[in-house]
Design a protein around this ligand. Structure first.
Ligand SMILES: Cc1cc2nc3c(=O)[nH]c(=O)nc-3n(C[C@H](O)[C@H](O)[C@H](O)COP(=O)(O)OP(=O)(O)OC[C@H]3O[C@@H](n4cnc5c(N)ncnc54)[C@H](O)[C@@H]3O)c2cc1C
Length: 196
């Protein structure tokens, strides 16, 4: 059910030749740079023994469309750079929100949810129409409000986020996003993310 969240994850940028860079940094420690590219499991072996700092040399940038519930949790990851759509400078005129499938697939819950969204956006529009600034009017908007965020993390932090946020204990919506990040990273850097 969780995979039915209407969220989006796009890779915007990634360190070029990231695995070569990481291996070069790791091999510098042993003065074996001449062997870069000769052992495909070299990076995984370092990771297994906790020698992880070299994967911090590579990073990736993602564009994520999801709810404010999700971004509130995501930005707790501190080794990062974030840019998020502003509710101070951008009016949320369109009622865009993320409905959890747990609500959408239950007729009563869905109706309650839809009524709440309608009420929030009606109050928001009324406040704006009466001259309230968007930064104040937004106090009536829901957690479900859709947002967009651009996140840059190094590979070590991405591994950490994947481990924490794909767990069954994590919020279902963030699990969907973390699973998509994992799939992208496994494809782009299998030597670093292959074990996850
Ligand atoms: C299932 C789940 C439930 C959660 N529930 C709650 C909750 O109820 N309430 C709540 O407030 N939060 C909650 N959180 C958020 C959680 O406490 C963390 O704030 C969040 O997961 C960010 O992870 P982090 O602190 O490990 O790592 P990041 O900020 O991603 O940092 C990565 C790592 O760097 C190191 N690090 C970073 N900053 C410091 C520092 N200042 N000092 C020492 N080491 C540092 C740590 O080793 C850390 O693990 C929850 C998270 C999960 C996954």
């Amino acid at each position: 059910m969780a995979e039915q969240y209407d969220v989006e994850v796009k890779l915007l940028a990634i360190t070029p030749d990231a695995e070569r860079l990481i291996e070069t940094a790791g091999r510098l420690c042993w003065d074996t740079q001449g062997k870069v590219g000769t052992a495909p499991d070299r990076i995984q072996k370092w990771l297994e023994v906790g020698h992880e700092s070299m994967i911090e040399h590579a990073c990736a940038t993602f564009h994520i469309r999801a709810s404010r519930v999700l971004t509130h949790e995501l930005v707790r990851h501190r080794l990062a750079s974030y840019s998020q759509r502003s509710q101070r400078y951008v009016k949320e005129n369109e009622p865009r929100y993320i409905e959890p499938p747990e609500l959408r697939d239950n007729r009563y819950a869905h109706q309650e949810f839809e009524a709440a969204m309608k009420s929030c956006w009606a109050a928001y529009a009324e406040l704006l129409a009466r001259g309230t600034k968007p930064e104040i009017a937004r106090y009536v908007l829901p957690n479900a409000c859709e947002t967009q965020i651009i996140c840059t993390w190094n590979f070590r932090e991405i591994r950490h986020i994947i481990k924490l946020r794909t767990s069954k204990r994590a919020l279902p919506e963030i699990r969907v996003v973390a699973n998509q990040i994992r799939a992208i990273m496994k494809d782009k850097a299998p030597q670093v993310f292959g074990d996850l």
